[in-house]
Design a protein around this ligand. Structure first.
Ligand code: PCA
Length: 231
């Protein structure tokens, strides 16, 4: 028999706290392509459990501004403990764990609405850069032990992926409701049908699962030497 959810006053916390959530975002196709592995891979993990956390997956538009408004709505709705944004990087042959987001929009091609900002800040007056707070070296090791190609990347570019990465880190750094959340960005290669170098969708999905597990159990990256990490 269906049960009616108990009523509670607006703004009152639920009696049973929500299971902690992980937010995983990908992007739609851009630049004239018909698919984007990042959107497909995150969708495959939607609703899965990772170490007691429910994965909420969502696709962001490859559009300056609108992508960050969509991300903010997801942050407000889900109050995630951890956020991993994922995008496609054609030409890269490994899953790229991004170290740094910079306060620069400098689009080499138009976004999906035709906008092409040049030399503009993501957040006017914001810091020059933010470091990922995900344990990128531990994630690198975990992916490589799984037999997956992975690398630490020192640039997420200056297109919509960096825009979202910077906007995410700025939100986590400045919004009190998100102060316990950690976040970062991973670029993934093309799928085989898009060209070379490429990675199979199943490997990308497995890599994201491994990356999330690793990020949940290891201390955050702080920009300081740590935990025996090597190059
Ligand atoms: N890759 C682009 C934007 C969307 C995506 O999947 C980038 O690297 O900026």
């Amino acid at each position: 028999m269906p049960t009616t959810p108990a009523r509670r006053a607006p703004g009152a916390p639920p009696k049973t706290p929500l299971r902690p959530r992980v937010l995983l975002t990908g992007f739609d196709a851009f630049g004239g392509a018909t698919l984007n592995p990042s959107g497909l891979a995150v969708q495959a993990l939607h609703g899965r459990q990772v170490l007691g956390h429910t994965v909420v997956a969502a696709q962001l538009p490859t559009v300056f501004g609108a992508s960050l408004r969509a991300l903010q709505a997801l942050l407000d709705q889900h109050q995630p403990a951890l956020v991993l944004c994922v995008g496609q990087a054609g030409g890269r042959g490994a899953m790229s764990l991004e170290r740094v987001a910079i306060n620069v929009d400098d689009a080499p091609i138009p976004d999906n609405t035709g906008a092409q900002p040049i030399d503009a800040p993501v957040v006017p007056g914001g810091p020059v850069a933010y470091l990922s707070t995900l344990p990128i070296k531990a994630m690198l090791g975990a992916l490589q032990r799984e037999g997956l190609r992975a690398e630490v990347s020192q640039t997420a570019g200056t297109f919509v992926c960096n825009h979202v990465f910077y906007g995410l880190m700025h939100a986590l750094a400045t919004q009190p409701a998100l102060r316990h959340a950690r976040g970062g960005f991973v670029h993934v290669p093309w799928l085989p049908e898009q060209g070379s170098p490429h990675m199979a969708l199943a490997d990308v999905v497995q890599g994201l699962r491994v990356a999330l597990r690793c990020a949940l159990v290891n201390p955050p990256y702080t920009g300081q030497p740590g935990a025996g990490a090597t190059h």
